[in-house]
Structures are given as C-alpha cells and as structure tokens.
Design a protein around this ligand. Structure first.
Ligand SMILES: Cc1cc2nc3c(=O)[nH]c(=O)nc-3n(C[C@H](O)[C@H](O)[C@H](O)COP(=O)(O)OP(=O)(O)OC[C@H]3O[C@@H](n4cnc5c(N)ncnc54)[C@H](O)[C@@H]3O)c2cc1C
Length: 508
C-alpha cells in the first residue's frame, strides 16, 4: 500500500460498503422470471447477478453484439477483419462493482493491463501529468497543487479559496441542494483561476462526462471530482483490456450468464411493455414476447424515453417515470470516435492514452497498437499504427468523416510527426447517447426503483445515492436493480461498494 493510501485510510479514504448483500437464499426458493432490456454494462451486470441466484433471466439486446457503448464488432478492412470498438475506455481502479462483475470471468483481472501515465496535452501550455500523482487524497491534491505546471503559487494566492471549498465538501444531498442550479462554468469562473489552470485541470474533466461545462451542473462536476480525485484511495490510475471488448468481456460474460441458466438474445429490440398475469410482458420487434414478474430497463437515455413513450400502460402504472422522460431522454451533445489504420507511427515516447485540452474538436488520443494485441499484430505486420481519436462534446450536425478530419488536423498541431502518417483505413462514427447532466436536472433524475412494482432502471444516467459515474454507475445500478428483485423473491443480495461517501471537509 502506498504511503498516501495509508494516510488517506486514517481519514476514511477507503472502500465503503453501501450494501453488504446477503440476507436470503443462495438460489431463489421458487421460479422467478426477469427480463433485462439492454445488453450493455448495466444490463449484463444485472443479468449476471440474477442468473447466479437462479432467476430465469432473459437479456434482450437490440444490436447484433453486446456491450452498448463498450461494444466491439468485427470490421472489414481491405486486408482482413479487425475488431473495432465503440471507443477507448479507462477502467479506473475504484470501479469496485464493475470489477466485481468482471472477476466472474477473470478472477485476477489479468486481461486488464495498467496504462502508464495520463498526460493532458495542449497546444498552448505544458503537458499536465495526472499519472504521476500519489494515488490517495489528500496527498494527491497537495502534489497537484505543488507540482502542476498549470498552477503557480501566485495563482493559488489569487484564487477564491472559499469558492473552491465545495470541491472538498461533497455531500450527496447538500451539494445538489446548493449547486445543481449552477453550471460548471459558473463554478469555475468563481474560482478566479487563470485560463491555463482552468483548461488543463478542470475543463478536461467535464468533457470526459460528455458535457460542455456551460451546460453541465456544477453539482455534478463536484461529485465527479470527488469520485475520481478527492474521495478514492486509487486515484486517477486506470487499466485497459489487452484484447478487444468482445473477446475480453462480452463473450465470456454472456457465457457466464448462459451457464447459470440465463438467456442472452442479441438483435432483438424491445418495442413496448404491457401488463400481463405474470406482472409484465415485453414485446420485441421480431414479434416475440417475454412475460416476466420483473423487468430491468438498462438502455441509454434516448432509448429509455422511446420505450416509455411506446408503452401506454406506463401512463397509469408509472406516472413519475413517464413525467421524467422528456428531460431524461434528451442526451448530452454528440460525441465522435474515429479509428485510423495508418502507414507509419508517431514518436516512440508518445503515451498510450492522452487527454487533450482546448482543441476545438479533439479530446483524446489512443495508440491502439500499443494497447490491444490484435492492433499490435496488425502494426507489426504492416509497419503501421492504429490510432483512435475522440471528441466528447462536439458540434451537432457535423458528419463523422468531417469530425475525423478536424481531429486529425488538431492532432498534428500537438504531435507534428502525425502529419507524416498516411491513413489506409478510417472508420468514424458520431452518436448522441450519453446522459446529459444539465443544471437543475438532479431532482428529476430517475433512480433504480420506479413507481411501478417490478420495474427497475439501470444505466449511467440513473441516480445513485453513493458516488459513482460512467461505467461504474452502469454496473452499480445494474446490481442494485438485481438486488431489489432478489430481496423481493427471497434470494441473497449482491454486495455493493463505493468510495468515501462525502468530501474530506464535508460536515457530518
Ligand atoms: C467514446 C466513449 C468513451 C468512453 N470512455 C469511458 C471511460 O474511459 N471510462 C468510463 O468509465 N466510461 C466511459 N464511457 C462511458 C461508458 O461507455 C458508459 O458509461 C457505459 O458503457 C454505459 O453502459 P450502459 O449499459 O449504461 O448503457 P449502454 O452501453 O448504452 O447500453 C444500453 C444498451 O441497450 C441497448 N438498447 C437500446 N434500446 C434497446 C431496445 N429497445 N431493446 C433492446 N436493447 C436496446 C443498446 O443497443 C445498448 O447495447 C465512454 C463512452 C464513450 C461513448
């Protein structure tokens, strides 16, 4: 254990138990049917827990492959088939619930490899390196303040320290009551930081949640600072799979669910919910129908709104859910992901993953040929490289190829040698499925339990009363949904864990 972790532990920076689980039978004592709509992290986490407890669970996934925004699929290229993915993902070490699901298929998590470094690049300012901070607070914060090239002593003196205090006093109720009405932009303005520090240390953060700081709730930004930097003992260190997500995660997890008696149906889109003698009936686009006592809707926000609108029974059965949908179903800004198979490589010293600050479009760069085995083999065979560029909150209405071109030009401004790369193949997509975290949105954000019996929600837009975000929130809400079902049916619940529940300086 690092020294900062030992010190942090003394002040409660450690893993906390949200729900100890247990309390029922190893397997549900009578037949229970459940349908999970959506085969991403949230849906598959729910399905894993339910199937292990003997619930007859069916997962319906609309796409031909599992994984949703962490999906992977075979991509035809001129020189053969390569796995392509929905985009690079950092598996942070405080993702306790997601990692516990992944341990079902790899108990030592050997497929996750540490990614050294976490640089933030800028065309105007020196590189910020998050990867070299001590893992746990308060040492990581002190090191950041002392070592960061983006912050000088004079900046700290000029900063409004009272305005910065909320970053250290995160509280799951008070923070939202006080700051959900403000934007992250307003919070950052109030700190009176120089532009350099604001761009390099803060804006990069809001973009990672697929939101512009001008459109993101200040409370959500404080919550995410707590979750990623100021409240967990693992810090900003992360790992990544060394194989594509289909091979490393989805095929093994589907096999696990099926071995426990569950069914996983891909290419089957749920179209509506109705009441049935069993409780619910989920109808699908292929004409099939699935009666079940419990339903977990684990789809992205726009898909949830569409499914709720297409299910008239919910107007009477779940009026609060219906009322929450117009706002919840409106996603954050579009994001773009472009993968380039190139002739030539960038400099050997470039980091596997880099965040990017203040470029108009580009938000991150990943060198896949230094990360995943298949890309590595392709690069060795061809002498080339496999790059992926992301834009997390981009201008609406711009075609994917145009965004890919802009991102490549912006990369050249940061890494001049990238101008020499010749792109052999490009696959670019632009989508809008991420939840929006708009100011004032917290009160109306749906939680796992809906106002209808036997109907639950899971996903990264769903509210939790413990710190969580992104992949970890999807897994945690999936497990919480499964636990509601298990407790209702006499099965033992799954433990749920999180980080320190409040900020280091939060009042009790
Ligand atoms: C480019 C990119 C990079 C990211 N990087 C990170 C990162 O580094 N770290 C991190 O923690 N998170 C990251 N995320 C966020 C992460 O991907 C999401 O938080 C997570 O995957 C969401 O999982 P989910 O199960 O909640 O939703 P989804 O993955 O959206 O899954 C929902 C599933 O429901 C299916 N579906 C929709 N409608 C229906 C229907 N009617 N019937 C049946 N199925 C349906 C969809 O096809 C989909 O498979 C990133 C996301 C993107 C896009």
């Amino acid at each position: 254990m690092a020294l900062s972790q030992v010190a942090g532990r003394l002040i409660g920076v450690r893993q906390h138990v949200v729900d100890p689980g247990g309390g029922g039978a190893h397997r549900v004592p009578h037949p229970v049917e459940a349908v999970v709509v959506g085969g991403g992290i949230a849906g598959m986490s729910a399905a894993v827990v339910l199937a292990e407890r003997g619930v007859r669970v069916t997962v319906l996934e609309a796409a031909p492959t599992l994984g949703g925004r962490l999906g992977a699929w075979p991509q035809e290229l001129a020189d053969g088939v390569q796995a392509n993915e929905h985009g690079f993902h950092a598996f942070f070490r405080q993702y306790y619930n997601w990692r516990s699901i992944l341990r079902r298929v790899d108990p030592e998590l050997r497929f996750l490899r540490p990614v050294p470094g976490y640089p933030i690049l800028s065309a105007d300012w020196p590189t910020e390196e998050f990867g070299r901070l001590p893992p746990a607070p308060p040492a990581n914060l002190l090191a950041l303040l002392l070592r960061s090239p983006s912050l000088r002593l004079a900046d700290l003196r000029a900063m409004d320290r009272d305005a910065a205090l909320p970053l250290l006093t995160y509280d799951p109720v008070r923070t939202y009551a006080e700051f959900d009405g403000a934007t992250a932009d307003e919070l950052l303005d109030s700190l009176r930081l120089p532009d350099r520090a604001r761009a390099m240390l803060f804006e990069v953060f809001s973009h990672s949640f697929f939101n512009h700081e001008a459109e993101m709730s200040a409370a959500e930004m404080i919550a995410q600072f707590h979750f990623y930097l100021l409240g967990n003992p693992e810090g900003l260190a992360f790992d990544c799979p060394d194989e594509d997500y289909g091979t490393a995660i989805w095929q093994p997890l589907a096999g696990h669910v099926e071995r426990h008696g569950g069914r996983v149906r891909t290419g089957v889109a749920a179209t509506r919910l109705d009441r049935s003698p069993a409780g619910w009936r989920v109808s699908a686009a292929d004409g099939s129908a699935y009666p079940a006592g419990h339903v977990v809707l684990a789809v992205d926000p726009p898909a949830l709104a569409a499914l709720v609108t297409a299910s008239p029974v919910l107007a009477g059965a779940a009026p609060e859910l219906v009322a929450a949908m117009p706002a919840f179903g409106t996603p954050g800004p579009p994001y773009a992901v472009a993968r380039y198979w190139c002739d030539g490589d960038v400099d050997a010293g470039r980091a596997v993953f880099s965040g990017v600050s203040r470029q108009p479009t580009l938000d991150s760069v990943t060198l896949y040929h230094r990360l995943e085995n298949e890309s590595r083999r392709w690069a060795e065979r061809t002498g080339g490289s496999v790059l992926e560029l992301h834009a997390y909150a981009c201008e609406p209405g711009v075609p994917a190829e145009e965004l890919a071109e802009r991102m490549r030009a912006e990369l050249v401004a940061l890494w001049p040698e990238a101008a020499r790369l010749r792109v052999r193949e490009l696959r670019a997509r632009v989508e809008a499925q991420a939840p929006a975290f708009t100011p004032g949105g917290h009160a109306g954000r749906p939680g796992v339990r809906t106002d209808a019996d036997g109907l639950y929600l899971a996903g990264d837009g769903i509210r939790t009363d413990f710190p969580s975000a992104l992949m970890e929130r999807s897994a945690a809400t999936g497990i919480v949904a499964a636990n509601h079902i298990l407790r209702a049916e006499g099965g033992a619940a799954e433990p749920v864990r999180s980080i320190r529940p409040r900020g280091l300086l939060a009042r009790r």
